[in-house]
Ligand binder design. Structure first.
Ligand code: UT7
Length: 320
């Protein structure tokens, strides 16, 4: 037994920053950001906490699924950093939603939503759960060096969620890890241990963009082909590809390499930027709420990022 998706939700902060807004304090331009990435604007937290976004996305997913907090058997949050080191973001969200089930976080970076689905799949397979809330939530704006134009223009804040119930909607899933701190990392905030003799590094996101770019294109193509094969499907069977929204050019390159009609690749990067693990989940919710998916549709989710991690899965959409 695995799961089917019963409902989706998403949330973003109120404040939007356009490329022109960033150009006011950074040596950058709408022209550079748009043509190199496809990003036009992103949402950034001002008064919201990450838990506010995560709980709102979760609440909307539960409404969409018609599932009450007391029915949840597990909450898994995917995030690179919650509001606290402890308690986990999922614990804070559990209280906000009025749930009583176990709740914990995982860190799969940009692949976090797919990693969390894989964790949930294990609980369904062992018969431990009937309803699971999976939330991917990121507040990238607090992890960036806002004086580094090569990274800060790329990311945004947001949360996406799905309520899962018993079913056979998950046709296949794959996660991969290639341990690497050179290409992409966010060092921890340094404490004040009087014994610490390690090299201090500032607690900002560092990314070797071109290295990650090459990794991303290869990963996406390999993963999409692998999960389709595992599901006994071909590229022609795919109705929608929901790729990680890191750079429109990565998606365009993958489109050329994969034998999937280009119009089946979904994007929303222009409004959100890269929301790390939340991106695929937000995209799925937007499409679901537009009524895009029909029962029987084959969705392929594909994500990649810090770790380096990748995650992909094939989901057959069922009637909500
Ligand atoms: O979610 C995690 C996964 N992340 C990714 O998948 C990101 C993968 N990488 C990328 O998407 C791209 O590599 C970037 C968007 C990060 C960068 O694009 P690029 O085409 O690789 O640009 P670049 O780093 O080679 O920089 C080209 C030029 C440089 O100037 P010079 O050295 O050629 O004079 C940069 O200094 O563009 C300059 N530049 C900028 N100019 C204006 C870098 N950032 C900016 C900026 N505005 N914001």
């Amino acid at each position: 037994m695995s799961f089917q998706i019963l409902g989706t939700g998403s949330a973003h902060p109120a404040c939007t920053q356009t490329n022109d807004d960033l150009s006011v304090f950074l040596d950058t331009s709408d022209e550079w950001i748009s043509t190199r990435t496809g990003i036009k604007s992103r949402f950034v937290c001002t008064t919201e906490t990450l838990a506010d976004l995560a709980a709102e996305a979760g609440r909307r997913a539960m409404e969409n699924a018609g599932v009450r907090a007391e029915e949840l058997d597990l909450i898994v949050c995917a995030t690179v950093r919650g509001d606290y080191i402890t308690p986990a973001l999922a614990c804070v969200v559990q209280k906000m939603l009025g749930a009583t089930c176990p709740a914990f976080d995982i860190n799969g970076a940009c692949s976090g939503f797919v990693y969390a689905l894989d964790v949930a799949d294990g609980y369904f397979a062992r018969g431990r759960v009937r309803k699971v809330l999976v939330i991917a939530a990121e507040e990238m704006s607090k992890l960036l060096d806002w004086e580094d134009r090569s990274t800060c223009v790329l990311f945004g804040d947001g949360a996406g969620a799905a309520v899962l119930g018993e079913g056979e909607g998950l046709r296949s899933i794959r996660i991969t890890t290639d341990g690497n701190t050179d290409a992409l990392r966010i060092p921890h905030v340094r404490g004040n241990s009087p014994f610490d003799r390690t090299e201090a590094e500032e607690s900002f996101l560092f990314m070797d963009g071109q290295e990650v770019y090459k990794f991303a294109v290869n990963a996406m193509c390999t993963d999409v082909r692998a999960v389709l094969e595992d599901a006994g499907l071909t590229e022609a069977d795919v109705d929608y590809v929901l790729p990680h929204q890191a750079n429109l050019r990565i998606i365009e390159t993958a489109k050329k390499k994969l034998n999937i009609p280009p119009e089946r690749f979904c994007v929303n990067i222009s409004r959100y930027g890269n929301t790390s693990g939340a991106g695929v989940a937000i995209l799925m919710d937007e499409l679901n709420r537009k009524g895009t998916f029909q029962p029987g549709d084959i969705l392929v989710l594909s994500a990649f990022g810090g770790g380096l991690t990748t995650g992909a899965c094939v989901i057959e959409w069922t009637a909500l």
